[in-house]
Design a protein around this ligand. Structure first.
Ligand SMILES: CC(C)(COP(=O)(O)OP(=O)(O)OC[C@H]1O[C@@H](n2cnc3c(N)ncnc32)[C@H](O)[C@@H]1OP(=O)(O)O)[C@@H](O)C(=O)NCCC(=O)NCCS
Length: 189
């Protein structure tokens, strides 16, 4: 399989203060299945009934998206302590613009929403990705009613690039330049 990101070395493991973002493995399947089938987790992204994946669907998904990949694009977000418990997923999806990546993030454990884990995961991955100096922008598609996600992405520095689907979705962008400017000592001091 051709790696669509061969010009962008995607970070394969990222560690932040409280989190580890690492490649998804088969033992993550029960977590992923529970999150994907939870209407409250998937609803904000547009899957109002959840995804209704059974065990065979999960096996098919692992074969298609994990087993044949040269470079991992799907990651599980784990709490570092006490025992690297999976709490969410982070994945890179296709963006045909050169030197850009699309991504999505989910904190699947709803009782952990609002603790800053989503923001920490996106910031940590952005930091690692832009450090490679081969990625110019990250984009994410968000439903316009997804207030929690929009607030989180704005806090990281994302801005609305355009609104589409008859006003239902917006694409938000964080450029490397905007990220570096925001993180520079002059801005934080
Ligand atoms: C969106 C999501 C990843 C956020 O993760 P999280 O860990 O809860 O996010 P954070 O705690 O880092 O930030 C959430 C922010 O929204 C705010 N918030 C919480 N509930 C809110 C609401 N109902 N309306 C507006 N803002 C809200 C929080 O106060 C926080 O902002 P602050 O840091 O300025 O206080 C998580 O809720 C999720 O997985 N949702 C389902 C999937 C999804 O929508 N993914 C995004 C599309 S790619």
């Amino acid at each position: 399989m051709t790696n669509p990101y061969e010009n962008i070395p995607l970070p394969q493991q990222v560690i932040s203060e409280r989190l580890i973002i690492r490649p998804s493995i088969r033992s993550d399947a029960p977590y992923l299945q529970r999150w994907w089938n939870d209407p409250e987790v998937m609803g904000p992204g547009g899957n109002l009934d959840g995804m209704e994946y059974d065990e065979k669907d999960m096996e098919d998904w692992f074969q298609r998206h994990i087993d044949c990949r040269v470079c991992t694009t799907h990651f599980v977000i784990c709490l570092r302590a006490p025992e690297e418990r999976p709490i969410g997923e982070f994945y890179i999806s296709c963006d045909d613009r050169p030197l850009c990546v699309d991504f999505a993030v989910v904190i699947g454990e709803r009782d952990l929403w609002g603790h800053g884990y989503g923001r920490e995961a996106v910031l940590a991955y952005a930091d690692a990705l832009f450090s490679s100096q081969s990625c110019e922008a990250m984009r994410v598609n968000v439903h316009v009613d997804n207030d929690r996600a929009i607030r989180m992405f704005e806090a990281v520095g994302f801005e609305v690039e355009h609104v589409w689907a008859n006003g239902q979705f917006q694409t938000m962008i964080l450029t490397s330049a905007a990220y570096q400017l925001q993180r520079s000592p002059a801005q934080s001091g």
